[in-house]
Every structure is written in C-alpha cells, then in structure tokens.
Write a protein that binds this ligand. Structure first.
Ligand code: SAH
Ligand code: SF4
Length: 377
C-alpha cells in the first residue's frame, strides 16, 4: 500500500524524502503543501521537481478520512463523522467561539478505559487510530472550514486543538506524539503549545513521558475527590490512585507550557456534586498542584443511568472551589442538538475487547458509594 504522508511529522517526512534521494528542504516544501495549503494531489505542488512528483505518485499518497456525515448545530458547532473502516466510525467537533476556533479530536475508535458516565466508554474499544487518522481530522476540518467560512489566504479556522474526542490519547501514545508535533510545527498548523491540550483520565507514566517528548497543555479528568468514588467512575484509578496522579501532575508542570493543570470534573447528580465533596477536592489539591477546575455538566445518554447535576448545584459547587481561591469555570454545553457535546461522541465502534461487557457488568454503584454521596449534600 502507498505510504500515507499524513503519518509523518516533519522529521519523519524528511527521512522518507531522504530515501527518495531528496534533501530536507524538499520535505519542508511538501509538508507545507499538505498541511498549510491542504493539497491532496502531487500535481498541484508546482515548486517540486516533476521527477520528484512522479516518484511520489508511485509510492505515496495523502490519505484523507472517508467522511460519513457532517452536522451543523444551531450554535455554529460542526460535527464530522468519519468511517475508518472495519465498521468503526469516529467523530471530530469544531466549536467556534468569539475569539477562537477549537477542534475536538479523537484518538481511538472507542475507548478501553470504560468510565461510567461516558458514551464512548460504553461503546467499548475497537482500535487505536494511526497518526495519519488523527492528523487527517485536523486537515479535513481546517481546509473544509476555510472554504465554508470563506477565509482569506493565510487565515486559519482552527487555533486550538483539544484531544477530548473519542478515546484515551495516552493509551495511543506512539501515534499521538507525531500528530501533536505536526499540530505544533510552524510549517504545518503552527499551533501554540498552550493551545494544544491533551486530556487524560490519568495514565500516570504516560504523563511523565509526555512532559519529556512533547509538552503541551494538560487536562486531567478527575471527577472525584477520593479513591473510593474515583475507582468506580474511572476504572483506571484502581491501578494509579489519586496520590500518584497528583504527583504526576506536579511533575508535569515543570515542563508544561502553562503553569497550571486543568482538572475536568463531570457533574453527576447525587454522585460527586455535594458541597462536602467540593471541600474534599480543595483539601486534595490545595498547596499540592497549581490547577484550574473545569466543571462539565454531565451530558446524559440513555444507557448511563446517571443524571446531570442541577445548575444551582453546579454553581454552589463552583463557589466552594472559587472561595478557596481556585479558578473554576463551568463548561457551556455546545452542540447538544447534534449530539456533539462532551461525552456524547459515540460514533460507531466494534467492541473487540469486551470493554462494553465489563462496563455493563458493573452498572450499579456499590451501595456504600451512593448513600455516602447523598448524605454529604
Ligand atoms: N479520554 C480522555 C479524553 C476524552 S473525554 C479523558 O477522559 O480525559 C473528554 C472529556 O469529556 C473528559 O473530561 C470526560 O470526562 C468528559 N466526559 C465524558 N463523558 C461525559 C459526559 N457524558 N458528559 C460530560 N462530560 C463527559
Ligand atoms: Fe475513555 Fe475518556 Fe470516555 Fe473515560 S471519559 S471512557 S477515558 S474517552
């Protein structure tokens, strides 16, 4: 099969070009054609020697994702579905804001972590996406949006990428790193490190590796102030508990482009949203890791059996954190009319690991968790 040039960061592309007998500056030209101009055909690349174009035509391709749907929300949010073969469909979401455009990118078809409140987790896990498939989401969205929004040459639609679509990015580390490098490279998308965010449910060793290999903004999905509850909500916690996770966050900050970690906290009615739990969170993080909180009102889906915290409860919870001096925001729900909100990205996934079965098997909270949470309200 032809080599997919979207699989390469600039160093990878330079190595490939070298095999074809070409110097690094040719790789830079090629990289710019692909990512800055959105070219798909080598024939378009008029400043490359004809002989190189012919050689590329014989051995390589720029392989886009196969679109399986595009939905625009009343609020400007756009969701794309991509058929990645084998019965798997993944999703990407563009969220326009007054001062920036954010693309939410998927890293896996499904997810094996199996968080209780996440519809991707409920689907189970099929496979890791390749670097090319991760990058192709940005490639497609950026160039499609430039066309749709009628942007002038040089203007870009997306200046912020969050790895918050389907999947656990740090469980697909080898493919993630070159994809991040392409997002950051000035010859490609030129995004600021502060505006590329990896969101993780807490892969402790991989957080350390990310700090070494490609430090970008870090978001950690916390969801609970103690290990008993977090073990239930985010099964990964049973391996690496909160103590280890917070230490890893602290270490990450030494290399991070921002001086804080963002903790995401999905607000679940009667489960993790009491004032007592907010105070416990303050005790957990204060003086230990410089952080901001982003509270995400739970986006329900039928199989979850969970409910969204009422907005007054979310506000009261936020106030406890804010009164303790922790910057706390509440995420506005965007694109829920097209099922594009956080945690609603389910695509369509063939569960090859029985992750879904395992999740369904532990659908009920153990009795000791729910009443304790309810009493604390
Ligand atoms: N796997 C990574 C990134 C993808 S999930 C992670 O877990 O961080 C992106 C964010 O959406 C996470 O913070 C996750 O907790 C949140 N999320 C998942 N399901 C949700 C739901 N149903 N409602 C609201 N937020 C949800
Ligand atoms: Fe996976 Fe993140 Fe969903 Fe958990 S919240 S199941 S880690 S995608």
């Amino acid at each position: 099969m032809a080599v997919n040039l979207l699989d390469f960061d600039l160093d990878g592309l330079a190595a490939y070009c070298e095999q074809l007998g070409e110097k690094r500056f040719r790789a830079v030209q090629l990289y710019r054609w692909i990512h800055q101009k959105g070219a798909r055909e080598f024939g378009q690349m008029t400043d490359l020697a004809r002989s190189l174009r012919t050689r590329l035509e014989g051995s390589a391709e720029i392989r886009p994702l196969r679109p399986a749907g595009e939905h625009a929300s009343a609020d400007g949010t756009v969701k794309w579905l991509f058929d990645v073969g084998g019965g798997d469909v993944i999703e990407s979401v563009f969220i326009p804001e007054a001062d920036r455009g954010t693309l939410c990118v998927s890293s896996q078809a499904g997810c094996a972590v199996g968080c209780r409140f996440c519809s991707t987790g409920h689907q189970g896990f099929s496979r890791n996406l390749t670097t090319g498939e991760i990058v192709a989401q940005l490639w497609h969205a950026e160039h499609r949006l430039r066309e749709r929004l009628g942007l002038a040459p040089g203007e870009r639609a997306i200046d912020n990428v969050v790895m918050m679509g389907m999947g656990e990015p740090l469980q697909n580390y080898a493919a993630l790193i070159p994809a991040l490098r392409t997002m950051l490279d000035d010859h490609a998308y030129g995004l600021s490190r502060r505006r590329v965010t990896v969101s993780t449910s807490g892969m402790v060793q991989m957080i350390d590796r990310l700090a070494q290999d490609c430090p970008v903004a870090l978001a950690v999905s916390l969801h609970a102030p103690d290990d008993v509850l977090r073990d239930e909500l985010v099964p990964l916690n049973r391996k690496h508990g909160l103590d280890e996770l917070l230490d890893a966050c602290g270490r990450y900050l030494a290399a991070a482009p921002r001086d804080f970690v963002t903790f995401e906290y999905c607000m679940l009615d009667g489960v993790n949203d009491s004032d007592a739990q907010a105070h416990a969170l303050v005790r957990l993080v204060r003086g230990r890791v410089s952080c901001k909180f982003n509270l995400i009102p739970f986006n329900p889906f039928p199989a979850s059996g969970l409910k969204r915290s009422p907005s007054a409860r979310v506000a009261a919870f936020a106030r406890v954190l804010q009164d303790a001096g922790i910057v706390t925001t509440v995420r506005r729900t965007r694109g829920d009319d097209i099922d594009a909100a956080c945690g609603q990205l389910a695509g369509e996934v063939q569960d090859r690991t029985r992750a879904r079965e395992r999740l369904l098997a532990r659908r009920q909270f153990p009795v000791e968790v729910r009443p304790a949470a309810a009493e604390a309200r």
